[in-house]
Design a protein around this ligand. Structure first.
Ligand code: AMP
Ligand code: MG
Length: 410
């Protein structure tokens, strides 16, 4: 059997996932959720012409000859605070004091900031003057934010499939949309496997290590916008693995994710149980690290078995699981941001598509990359020191110093 390429494996996985159902939530619960419908503006924004300055609403015509040496005097006929609705119309030689965000009155076509008048007094409670002297001309439209300058009613302002960011929520609020349709969070059941695994609080024992994958993976799942249900650790036997898989089935999760036990070892029971009671689609991919990655189904639920080595589990998540979660949550975003980097050293590879831990830094507008620490897949510290995964394409055995590669920012 020839090994699947990373891309073939990724496509096979992705083709099994569809967006989860939607729900309508108040905006306070929508941060980082994925919008399930296009959003159209029901009104213009801003909804009315308004002043962008504290100053005086004027007719530009009246002040076109104004200068510090020969100010134009205008009669102040109204005072317009934010939130009011001016009805009085400016005639020739008239002005109205106006505050930032207040609607400009009919007749006015410019606002002169207080700094350009003889009434530069903004203390709270100061009454408007009866008359104001203007020191500078104002172009028609000056300091007025016209209705609809930001958004026109009827336009699509946020598209379906978009992950909602804080500023998106602000815009939805501006449009009066207090509840919006979003996809529910996908639910992921997570377990580790291995007789050697200790709980994080347990003292070290001979031959044992602490289960770190469940912490890394749970955080990755949550960061990717899904909910994690931690099922704990399965011992290296059929019954233990089966019992956690059955739990996941009862919970009817959207994805079962495990680490370890999918290799070719005599104690790798995870793959074996999935094979006998479910279906294994593939269990090896031509990549490094992370070759033993399994994909299949158990109890009709999709299953991804990541390798046990901590770096391989992380890389496997980035390469395969993140995309699946994006699809489940209805997101049209890609995966990690990618940048072009220049290698500062020669990098040898073995011809598999490789995801190497690197530290990248910016110099004169380009990114330079250096590998971190020991690249063995058990060395988590080198991943902790990395801020990027360097991607060495399949078939490449040597990347000379100075060559460019793609990297994912992590
Ligand atoms: P396996 O895939 O079961 O052969 O495990 C490969 C390597 O990953 C072994 O060195 C395991 O001890 C290690 N490993 C497996 N699971 C975990 C885990 N949850 N946390 C940290 N290391 C693990
Ligand atoms: Mg094991």
């Amino acid at each position: 059997m020839t090994l699947l390429s990373v891309d073939q494996a990724r496509q096979r996985i992705l083709s099994h996932f569809q967006p989860v159902t939607t729900e309508t939530l108040p905006l306070t619960g929508c941060s980082n959720r994925v919008l399930a419908q296009d959003i159209r503006a029901a009104n213009d924004l801003p909804p009315f012409d308004n002043s962008s300055m504290d100053g005086f609403a004027v007719r530009a015509e009246d002040v076109k000859e104004a200068a510090a040496a020969s100010p134009r005097s205008l009669r102040v006929i109204a005072d317009i605070p934010a939130g009011s609705h001016p009805t009085v119309s400016l005639g020739a030689g008239e002005a109205a004091r106006i505050m930032t965000g207040a609607p400009t009155p009919p007749g006015a076509d410019a606002v002169v900031p207080v700094e350009d008048t003889d009434f530069n007094n903004r203390d709270a409670g100061t009454p408007a003057p009866g008359e104001v002297r203007i020191f500078k001309p104002a172009e028609p439209g000056a300091n007025i934010r016209p209705r609809g300058m930001d958004i026109r009613a009827g336009n699509i302002v946020l598209q379906k499939g978009r992950t909602l960011r804080p500023q998106d929520l602000g815009l939805l609020a501006m449009l009066g949309l207090g509840r919006v349709p979003v996809h529910r969070k996908p639910r992921v059941a997570l377990f580790s496997s291995g007789d050697e695994l200790l709980d994080v609080d347990a003292p070290l024992e001979q031959g044992k290590i602490r289960d770190s994958n469940s912490y890394t993976l749970a955080a990755l799942i949550e960061e990717a916008g899904a909910e994690v249900i931690r099922l704990g650790v399965a011992k290296d036997n059929e019954e233990a693995v089966k019992s956690l898989l059955e739990k996941a089935v009862q919970l009817n999760v959207d994805l079962i994710l495990s680490s370890a036990g999918v290799s070719v070892g005599a104690f790798d029971f995870v793959k074996q149980v999935i094979e006998s009671d479910g279906r294994v689609d593939f269990w090896r991919v031509n990549m490094r690290p992370g070759k033993p990655v399994a994909f299949g189904e158990y109890g009709r639920l999709p299953f991804i078995g990541l390798p046990g080595n901590p770096v391989s589990a992380f890389v496997g998540f980035e390469v395969f699981v993140r995309g699946a979660l994006q699809r489940l949550r209805g997101s049209s975003d890609g995966v990690r941001p990618t940048v072009q980097v220049r290698c500062e050293e020669q990098i040898d590879s073995d011809g598999r598509e490789s995801y190497l831990r690197a530290q990248i830094r910016e110099e004169n507008g380009s990114f330079l990359a250096r590998l971190t620490g020991h690249q063995g897949s058990g060395n988590l510290h080198s991943l902790v020191q990395a801020n990027a995964l360097l991607i060495i394409p399949a078939g490449v055995k040597c990347v000379p110093a100075g060559e460019e590669l793609q990297a994912w920012l992590i």
